[in-house]
Write a protein that binds this ligand. Structure first.
Ligand SMILES: Cc1cc2nc3c(=O)[nH]c(=O)nc-3n(C[C@H](O)[C@H](O)[C@H](O)COP(=O)(O)O)c2cc1C
Length: 200
């Protein structure tokens, strides 16, 4: 069984909802997918760090606040510096997602921050392979998958005046599920295929 951890922060429930749909999509046969709240990992000596160490892949999720990851997510990122010292996450797969109020809203910065964090930890980043569903006339913005057109990771839009049971829309949640599935499929391949013996 390949183990996938999803670590996320959500101030108002929207990122939590996206995380739940990433989990749903990742829950394919052979994958054990678990959700973790970043607040429970806010200090290096407290929280389920051992479970993260046992994972084959870790997916990071944060809302975009003021053009970057939320403070609670950054707290988790900084708390992981002990992991950085021990290289425990080296060669695990990693991926990232965010949601924000604007269609762009500088989500790219959040995804770049998460990808840089994963690189610092020696992890292997898996991007979003879904073609953007909204880049030509005739496309329907309301139903298009990957409608905001993010490839570094998953970017969804949560309208700021609606609660998490009404936003992001179904297209974004479906995109989240397909993104989760992609990471899970990559993890199964990564976890099961033994390395070739080194050339003499
Ligand atoms: C402190 C704060 C800063 C925000 N900054 C941005 C931003 O930079 N770009 C954006 O598009 N939306 C921004 N928003 C809107 C949030 O990204 C949006 O409401 C998101 O759904 C919140 O996710 P959450 O419910 O998981 O906390 C901000 C919201 C808050 C509370």
């Amino acid at each position: 069984m390949a183990r996938i951890a999803i670590v996320y922060h959500s101030g108002y429930g929207h990122t939590a909802k996206v995380a739940e749909h990433v989990r749903k999509g990742a829950a394919i046969s052979g994958a054990d997918v678990r959700l973790y709240e970043a607040e429970d990992l806010s200090a290096p000596d407290k929280g389920p760090w051992a479970e993260l160490a046992a994972a084959d892949a870790i997916i990071f999720g944060a809302p975009t606040y003021m053009g970057s990851v939320s403070a609670a997510m950054k707290q988790f990122i900084d708390a992981s510096s002990k992991v950085w010292m021990s290289r425990t996450w080296e060669n695990k797969l990693a991926a990232g997602f965010t949601t924000s109020g604007s269609l762009s809203g500088d989500k790219q910065v959040t995804l770049q921050q998460l990808a840089t964090f994963a690189a610092q930890q020696g992890m292997i980043w898996v991007g979003n392979s879904l073609p953007t569903g909204y880049n030509a006339s005739g496309h329907d913005f309301g139903t298009a998958l990957n409608r905001a057109g993010f490839f570094l990771g998953l970017g969804t839009q949560s309208l700021v005046d609606l609660p998490a049971d009404q936003t992001p829309n179904d297209a974004d949640l479906k995109t989240a599920e397909l993104f989760g599935r992609r990471v899970a499929e990559a993890t199964l391949r990564w976890a099961r295929v033994p390395a070739e013996p080194a050339l003499a």
